[in-house]
Design a protein around this ligand. Structure first.
Ligand code: UD1
Ligand code: CA
Length: 465
């Protein structure tokens, strides 16, 4: 590109039609805030120091969401419309000329290739601006494109200001413009809030340029899909579905089997290796990375976790911020709450909950257990119903179970406590003191059997006696 391009992204509005306490651009589609999608696209075209995001509503949260990208910010303290928002970015871009690309924060499907074409179109033409238009079957809510007798764009009329006749126009403004920077700064101040919403409409620049004898061009895009703007939660769901579809398609083409892909939810940042099978209704979220030859069971939810090759996740398992090493298996119905590490070949079975727990290589906790703040060594067997009592209502305490130990069913391990390597804990024990290596610890009352007692009792209680 010969001419330098600066990008302004408008993201200060509340988004009244979302009917939300949260700013519209923070709502997620495809598992990522709308504004983040737009910023990532912008970064394909310009370095971070040439991108200015105009923030206003919940600006702290928007700034925080975008902090990793290093883009610039400008504040629009009062939301007086898109024209006013652009004006707020002026100072941040002082001294830059060339081209100015403006994008809206609520149009996340837009692709960099389309913007490149827009920039090229504007670059080669002697005019003040080029904007992207498209045709929609239902243009409700969008600005309509008015043409002059020669078929050139004459003005954009917003939904609220349009006459019934203008409302039938199906060619709409996408909200994406490429301006000559010097001309936009020269004329931006001429926008007046003379419309029913009393806002400064950026779209008025079309008429303003034309009055000044400058021409404005359009670039018509046939496939309107990527220009969809989000104003309501219905549109949010539609765009989210498009992102989900794109993501599963990309994964399938890269060698991942996805059964009933229309039911699966996989976030933008997720990576999955070849020959892994994802069963219906799985949700794989956040920054999860899954290796090759894994199986992710029906209705499982995996968030911000790392799964090595050959990991099996049985149906209805839930995990967050956990790491599963190769050939580990969890589920069905396991819950790995947070920060767990299931090492190679270890097994976690049904109705087992882990929290901040490590299971060493080959260790097993197959049924009905709670293991919290626990470090479990290699090849340990945790019997059904084992509970670590890690909380005294005030503080959390650790449990350590060393290699090769066998914890009998229904044991209660009162932390802090340590179970030595190769030791046995008898079933039903309450363990409050350390168990030394290779020892047997039994912490329960001895069984008493009274021969014939039940029979005698029955006889005593026989009716009529
Ligand atoms: C806008 C266009 C409309 C176009 C549509 C495409 C105007 C006047 N209208 O309408 O022609 O068809 O987008 O999606 O531009 N914003 C601010 N500050 C403000 C107001 C808005 O930063 O004071 C930001 C919003 O956060 C949003 C973007 O600008 O990201 C667009 O605002 P929105 O209110 O959604 O505009 P539309 O009514 O959709
Ligand atoms: Ca919009």
């Amino acid at each position: 590109m010969q001419t330098s391009v600066n990008i302004v992204l408008l993201a200060a509005g509340l988004g009244t039609r979302m009917k939300s306490k949260m700013a519209k651009v923070l709502h997620c589609a495809g598992g990522m805030p709308l504004v983040e999608h737009a910023v990532r696209t912008a970064l394909e075209l310009a370095p971070a120091e040439r991108i200015v995001v105009v923030v206003g509503h919940q600006s702290d949260r928007v700034r925080a969401a975008l902090a990793p990208y290093g883009v610039q910010f400008a504040e629009q303290t009062e939301q007086k419309g898109t024209g006013h928002a652009l004006l707020c970015a002026r100072e941040a871009l002082a001294g830059h000329d060339g081209l100015l690309l403006t994008l809206y924060g609520d149009c996340p499907l837009l692709e960099a290739a389309t913007l490149r074409k827009l920039i090229e179109t504007q670059q080669g033409a002697p005019r003040a601006a080029t904007l992207i238009t498209t045709r929609l079957d239902d243009p409700t809510g969008y600005g309509r494109i008015l043409k002059d007798a020669e078929g050139n764009i004459a003005a954009i009329v917003e939904q609220k200001a349009a006459t019934p006749e203008q409302l039938t126009i199906r060619e709409i403004n996408s909200g994406i413009y490429c301006f000559r920077a010097d001309l936009v700064w020269k004329h931006l101040g001429e926008i007046r809030p003379d419309n029913p919403a009393q806002e400064y409409y950026l779209t008025d620049l079309v008429e303003i340029f034309r009055r000044a004898g400058l021409s404005v061009g359009t670039m018509h895009v046939e496939d309107s899909g990527e220009l969809l703007g989000i104003n309501t939660r219905v549109e949010l769901a539609q765009v989210d579905a498009i992102f989900r579809e794109r993501k599963v398609r990309e994964l399938m083409l890269a060698g991942v089997t996805i059964e009933k892909p229309e039911t699966v939810t996989i976030d933008h940042g997720v990576r999955i290796g070849r020959d892994t099978i994802v069963e219906p209704f799985a949700r794989i979220l956040g920054k999860t990375v899954i290796g090759e030859d894994c199986r992710i069971g029906v209705c499982s939810i995996i968030e911000d976790s790392v799964l090595a090759d050959g990991v099996q996740v049985g149906p209805f398992s839930i995990m967050r911020t956990s790491q599963l090493d190769s050939e580990a298996s969890v589920g069905p119905f396991s819950r790995l709450r947070m920060e767990n590490h299931v090492e190679a070949g270890a097994h976690v079975g049904n109705f087992v909950e882990l929290k901040k727990t490590r299971l060493g290589p080959g260790a097993k906790a197959m049924h009905l257990a709670y293991l919290g703040d626990t470090s479990i060594g290699a090849n340990v067997n945790i019997g059904a119903g084992t509970i670590t009592c890690n909380y005294d209502g005030h503080k959390k305490y650790p449990t350590t179970i060393h290699d090769g130990a066998f914890v009998g069913s229904n044991s209660t391990l009162v932390a802090p406590v340590e179970i030595g390597a190769g030791s046995y804990v008898g079933a039903g024990s309450v363990i409050t003191k350390p168990v030394s290596p290779d020892a047997l610890a039994i912490g329960r009352s001895r069984q008493v059997t009274k021969e014939g007692w039940a029979k005698k009792r029955r006889e005593k209680l026989k009716p009529g006696q």
